[in-house]
Design a protein around this ligand. Structure first.
Ligand code: F6P
Length: 551
């Protein structure tokens, strides 16, 4: 093993040793030993606070995590990322989504196979075209074929061409109201389209076909179906006015018949799941207004600068990532819950599922060898308080420990301060309960006080015990405005990049989605009646049964 290889395996071993120290998981004891722990294990970017004091990371563990990050080359990865080098090794691409939110003169560049892009400049030019379009639509200079204004924007796309836009559009319009009412069509399921047909009027609708590659089957099928519906309803001549495309594949958008002035591009150095900041975010800007979209970009850029410049000790993406590494690799927890106590963020977990699991759900290192550590945990979530009435039972009392990220805004923005305080009380109480737990003695005392008889107490008390010491992280900020949303999304993007760098994997490719796509393409003709091809016996039987059942 090389010296650096040895140093890295020593750093991993040190982490595991610290996590398995006897008594090492006693978070309550850490608070007892250090009254200033809540501050010492928190960091801030303006009003955005990351509190990771309710984890079992102590000073020694934190130092070991920083040492691991340094040994794994995080500083040089961060430099190479911002220098626009091809950190997406397997696709030979930079990951320069930060340029999309940078000022035009920020000087971010991106390596291309045949040269270098001025990524900040290009992104600013694309942004200016989007801005013009958005204002023209909102002010009625660009209008529907009948001369009246557009009132609805329909985004057709899937994965990164859907999850970021739907998450951000909801977050920015649910409270504030929408300029154009946003709708999203992603799944290739006729039922989704049929439901849409009952909800929107083609005459008032601007359709955005969002697809980085413009070859994704689901999006192509949906776009063709919506095009046929609109042509039937408005006439073929209206299609040019009612359709725009968001893509890197300008040849394919032309072949689909989208007017060049209604095509909004971006470059290959923007990954699909990082593309909400690009023209793929046009539905967000049309729905929430340009100012809101621009503020989201500004918030994202603030987080970029913070991630690039702040020392690890105060760096929110680094700290959030290291808390995750501690849980996955030190404590060996296999999942991670995200609970935003904010209805506007109800699609945030779905967005994070793609961001985290498509980015870091890998088992091969950049050098082609197998990883020697666990990588991405299973990410899931729901808005709080709904989650409390669903899976929180397992998180409080189940056999598995599931670390939680809580997300909470301090200010109430809807005039219902009473409801907001209930929401906040629940978020804070859940984290407190996970930490504190409840001993059997406490349960028994409580039951005695409430008058329960001895037999009932013996039978019921064990079921009412909470082990406690269950870790969580809190992200608390003033209000969920567009700037904060931008900060939050960029925080998680960089968290994912930091973890990928430490695990030594390519966080920016997604080969794992290819095999299923290919097999679906090969299997489809059989569902359409073609002769059976060889499959495993289960698949062969299921195809036959599907057809027997009328499929
Ligand atoms: O599912 C794989 C994937 O390539 C995602 O990475 C991407 O976000 C999604 O499909 C949609 O791709 P496109 O924007 O090219 O249609």
């Amino acid at each position: 093993m090389t010296d650096s290889g040895t140093a890295l395996s020593d750093a991993w071993a040190r982490l595991r040793d610290l996590a398995s120290r006897p008594g090492g998981a006693d978070i309550r004891a850490l608070f007892g030993a250090d009254p200033a722990r809540a501050t010492a294990f928190s960091a801030r970017l303006d009003d955005l606070t990351l509190d990771f004091s309710k984890t079992a990371i102590d000073s020694e563990a934190r130092a070991a995590l920083f040492a691991l990050a340094r040994t794994a080359g995080l500083e040089s990865f961060r430099r190479r990322l911002f220098a626009g080098e091809a950190v997406n090794l397997t696709e030979g691409r930079a990951a320069m989504h930060m340029a999309l939110r940078s000022p035009a003169d920020a000087g971010l560049r991106a390596a291309l196979p045949g040269g270098i892009d001025d990524a900040s400049g290009l992104a600013a030019a694309e942004r200016a075209k989007m801005r013009n379009f958005v204002y023209s639509v909102h002010e009625g200079r660009i209008h529907a074929a009948d001369g009246r204004p557009f009132e609805v924007v329909l985004n057709i796309g899937i994965g990164g061409s859907d999850l970021g836009p739907v998450m951000a559009a909801e977050a920015l319009t649910m409270g504030a109201g929408a300029v154009l009412k946003p709708y999203f069509l992603s799944n290739v399921d006729g039922v989704a389209l049929a439901a849409l047909r009952r909800q929107i009027d083609p005459a008032r609708t601007l359709v955005l076909v969002a697809s980085k590659s413009f070859t994704t089957q689901e999006t192509a099928v949906n776009a063709r179906a919506v095009r046929a519906w609109f042509a039937e309803s408005l006439g073929e001549a209206a299609i040019g006015t009612h359709f725009a495309a968001l893509s890197t594949n300008l040849t394919a958008t032309a072949a689909f018949g989208i007017r060049p002035e209604q095509v909004f591009g971006f470059r290959d150095w923007v990954g699909g799941r990082y593309s909400v900041w690009s023209s793929v975010g046009l539905s967000v800007a049309l729905a929430a207004g340009w100012e809101a979209f621009a503020a989201m970009l500004e918030g994202g850029w603030e987080m970029d600068c913070h991630f690039r410049d702040a020392p690890f000790e105060r760096n929110l993406p680094v700290l959030l990532a290291l808390a995750g590494i501690w849980h996955v690799n030190g404590c060996r927890y296999g999942s991670q819950a995200v609970l935003a106590y904010d209805e506007r963020l109800r699609r945030f977990p779905a967005y994070l599922q793609q961001l985290e699991m498509e980015s870091n759900g890998k088992s091969v290192r950049l050098d082609g060898g197998a990883v020697t550590t666990e990588t991405c945990p299973v990410i899931f979530g729901e808005p709080g308080t709904n989650a409390q009435h669903s899976f929180m039972q397992l998180i409080h009392q189940g056999t598995r420990v599931v670390p939680v990220d809580f997300i909470l805004a301090a200010e109430c923005e809807d005039g219902r301060a009473d409801a907001h305080r209930i929401l906040a009380a629940n978020a804070l109480a859940q984290a407190e309960a996970l930490l504190a737990g409840k001993t059997e003695a406490e349960v028994r005392a409580e039951m005695v006080a409430s008058g329960a008889d001895a037999d009932t107490i013996d039978t019921i008390a064990p079921h009412r015990v909470f082990p406690g010491n269950r870790p969580s992280v809190m992200l608390l900020f003033r209000r969920l405005d567009a700037r904060t949303l931008g900060r939050l999304v960029a925080l998680y993007e960089h968290k994912v990049a930091v973890q990928g760098a430490i695990w030594g994997i390519d966080s920016f490719d997604q080969w794992g989605v290819e095999l299923g796509k290919k097999l679906a393409g090969a299997l489809l003709p059989e569902l359409e009646g073609a002769a059976a091809k060889p499959h495993d016996p289960s698949t062969t039987a299921l195809i036959a049964r599907f057809r027997e059942l009328g499929g």
